[in-house]
Ligand binder design. Structure first.
Ligand SMILES: [Zn+2]
Ligand SMILES: [Zn+2]
Length: 46
């Protein structure tokens, strides 16, 4: 999914939207495997 906005974690350019919370996140704070942001994933499967 492509999105134009700002990562809510680090304020970099966001390229993804979390499927869980709907937050916009950059590559670094998005887990492509689950489709969630790092916050929703909990950092365990990152
Ligand atoms: Zn980020
Ligand atoms: Zn999230």
């Amino acid at each position: 999914m492509s999105v134009s906005g700002v990562c809510y974690v680090c304020s970099a350019t966001a390229n993804h939207t979390c499927d869980s919370c709907g937050g916009t996140v950059c590559d670094e704070h998005y887990d492509a495997g689950s489709g969630f942001c790092v916050r929703c994933v909990g950092g365990r499967s990152f």
